[in-house]
Design a protein around this ligand. Structure first.
Ligand SMILES: [Zn+2]
Length: 178
């Protein structure tokens, strides 16, 4: 089932036609026509980040009662920062900037300690197998960071991101980038 969308309009169009598409089967019970809208999801700043659907099991519905969330492409599920901030961080690392500086540059300020940056890198590292499989080559040279893990990760990411539009990443993957 599609969970990432380019725009709120696309989400609306999807939820309006959802009952009639077999590709919208609930991942838990496989029924596709029991969805009920459960309203928008908002960020802490009050912006809409997506929409929630329930596989209804009340009021004449016989779904499983579980919730499915639809996200805007720009939203990283369960993370505080948006995809564009993470991409700005990765781009600067690939350019050779130190982790702390890349993190602060991506955020646009230096208020926070870069602990979050290491959390991102760990989460990206955990997804390495996915990028390794679509690697065209490992010939791209990234600055010699001391950490071999960081070198490997940035090599894989830069190869993987070459030629792809990062603003559409999650929509193409249909899964969280990080
Ligand atoms: Zn269900």
């Amino acid at each position: 089932m599609q969970t990432f969308f380019s725009s709120l309009n696309d989400i609306e169009r999807f939820t309006q036609s959802i009952g009639s598409q077999s590709s919208c089967a609930c991942p838990h019970c496989q029924l596709s026509d029991q969805w009920v809208s459960h309203g928008y999801v908002y960020s802490q700043a009050g912006e809409i980040t997506g929409k929630r659907l329930v596989c209804g099991r009340r009021y004449g519905k016989n779904g499983c009662g579980r919730t499915q969330q639809l996200y805007l492409n720009e939203v990283l599920p369960h993370r505080r920062y948006r995809l564009s901030v993470l991409m700005a961080f990765i781009t600067r690392l690939i350019q050779g900037m130190a982790v702390r500086c890349a993190y602060h540059a991506a955020l646009g300020h230096a208020i926070y300690e870069p602990r979050q940056a290491w959390r991102w890198l760990n989460a990206l590292w955990a997804r390495m197998p996915r990028w390794r499989t679509c690697l065209p080559s490992l010939n791209i040279t990234v600055r010699r960071y001391r950490s071999w893990r960081l070198r490997l990760l940035l090599n894989a990411l830069s190869a993987w991101l070459t030629g792809s539009d990062s603003t559409l990443l999650q929509e193409q993957l249909q899964q969280p980038f990080c």
